[in-house]
Design a protein around this ligand. Sequence first.
Ligand SMILES: Cc1cc2nc3c(=O)[nH]c(=O)nc-3n(C[C@H](O)[C@H](O)[C@H](O)COP(=O)(O)OP(=O)(O)OC[C@H]3O[C@@H](n4cnc5c(N)ncnc54)[C@H](O)[C@@H]3O)c2cc1C
Length: 447
Amino acid sequence: MAGFDFDLFVIGAGSGGVRAARVSAAYGAKVAIAEEHKVGGTCVIRGCVPKKLLVYGSHFAEDLADARRFGWAVPDCKFAWPVLRDNVLAEVTRLEAAYTDTLEHHGVEIIHARARVAGSHEVKVGKRVIRAKTILIATGAHPMLPEFPGAQHGFTSNEAFHLERLPKRIVIAGAGYIANEFAGIFHGFGSHVTLVNRSDVILRGYDESIRDRLLQISMTKGIEYRFNVTFEKISRSRDRSLKVHMKGCDSIAADAVMYAIGRVPNTRSLGLETAGIKTDGKGAVPVNENNRSTCPSIYAVGDVTNRVQLTPVAIREGQAFADTMFGGNPCKVDYGSIPSAVFSHPPLAGVGMTESQAREKLGSVKIFTSDFRAMKNVLAGRNERALYKLVVDGGTDEVVGIHMIGPDAPEILQAAAIAVKAKLKKSDFDQVVALHPTMAEELVLMR
Ligand SMILES: Cc1cc2nc3c(=O)[nH]c(=O)nc-3n(C[C@H](O)[C@H](O)[C@H](O)COP(=O)(O)OP(=O)(O)OC[C@H]3O[C@@H](n4cnc5c(N)ncnc54)[C@H](O)[C@@H]3O)c2cc1C
C-alpha cells in the first residue's frame, strides 16, 4: 500500500457500497467509506424498507374491513399518519445505526461527508485529498424531477416519508413500480389517487396479463388513471390546493403531486472527468463485467451503473467486487432470472420471460394460468381475483417464466424463482404434491 492512505475508498454507503466495504475489510483491506447523507443509502433510508412498512400500514384499511366478515367487532378505526410516519422513521434510524455498527466492527473508517474523485487514485473530501489504491463508486441514483412551470410544487419519494399531513387528493406522475406502490399506499390511507402517465402502459417489463389485472383491480378500488397525458403547469390556489394542468386531459385539483418518473445516476460533480471517465447518455458510469470503469483503478457498483436498479443486485455486485479484488475469488454477477416485485395492493411479482418475450424468443410456447379468488377474499366478500401464469418452452418443457398477482405473491415467487433459475421443467412442477389449502399450490396444479 506504499504511497496510499487506503487500499479501498468507497464513495456512497448504500446497499452496494456497504457490502463492498464490509467484505473487503473482512478480507484484510484497509477501507474508508464516505457518505454524504445517512449510512444505509436509498434502500434503508428512503426506499425498500420504509416503503414496505408503509405498504403494511396501508393494508390495514382492507384487513380491518375484512375482519368484520371473520367475526371481529371492529370499531370505526381512524388512521393517524404522524404515528406511522414517526414509527417508520424511528425504525430507519435504528437500521442506520446497525449498518454503522457493522462497518465500524469490521474496521471500516466512515467519513460523514461528500466525496469526489480527484484523479485515478485520489478522492477529495472537503479540502482533504486522500490517496487510495482502488476507488469504488457506489453513489446510487436520485429521483428525476420534471421541468415545467410550477413543477416545484411537487415532491418525490424522498419526501413522501416525511409528509407533515396526508393529502386528501394526490396526483402521482409515472407508471413504474414506485408510482404504483405509492398509489396503493396513499389509497389505503384514504387519499384520492390519480395516476398520470405519458403513455398507456404501466409497469413496463412485467407480464401483460398481470399488469392488466392490477389496473383492473386498482380501478375497481377507486384509483384513477390518466394515460397519454403530459404535465403543462401546476398552479397553487389561494386555499393552498394545487391545480394540475395537463395536455391530453382536463386539469385536476389536488392537494399534492408526487413525481415517480425515473431515477438518475448520481454522477453530477463527482469529478469523474479527472480520471478520464465519461458517463453514458443517462449519466451512468459504464463498467465491464468485473465492475471496472474505463479507469483501471476505479470501479462502480449499484444504481450508479444503471444496470438493474434493485437492492439485491447492488449487494451482489458489491460482494463480487470484494471477492474478486480482495478475496482471491474472482467472480461475476449472473444477471439471468432476477425476480422482482411490485408491492401494490395486491402485490405482483415475476421472474424470467414474460409471455410476449417468450413468444418473440422461443419457437413454441405453452402458457398455463390459474385465475382464482383467494379463499380469504371469498369469505371477506372481496371480489378480487389472483392470477398466476407459467411460461413454458414448448420445445424443452422448461419453465422459463413465472408471473403472479395476488396476496403474498412476492413471498411465493421468491421460492418459485429457484425453479426457474434451476431450469426445472413443467413436468417437475406436476410431480410436486400440492400443499393444501394455500394459494401457492396453484403453481403445481396448473394443467
Ligand atoms: C421508493 C423506493 C423504493 C424501492 N423499493 C425497492 C424494493 O422494494 N426492492 C428493491 O430491490 N429495490 C428497491 N428500490 C431500489 C433500491 O433502493 C436501490 O436499487 C438500491 O438502494 C441501490 O443501492 P446503491 O448502493 O447502488 O445506492 P444507494 O442505496 O442509493 O446508496 C448510495 C449512497 O451514496 C451516497 N452518495 C451519493 N453521492 C455521494 C458522494 N458524492 N459522496 C458521499 N456519498 C454519496 C448517497 O447519499 C447514498 O447513501 C427502491 C428505491 C426507491 C427510491
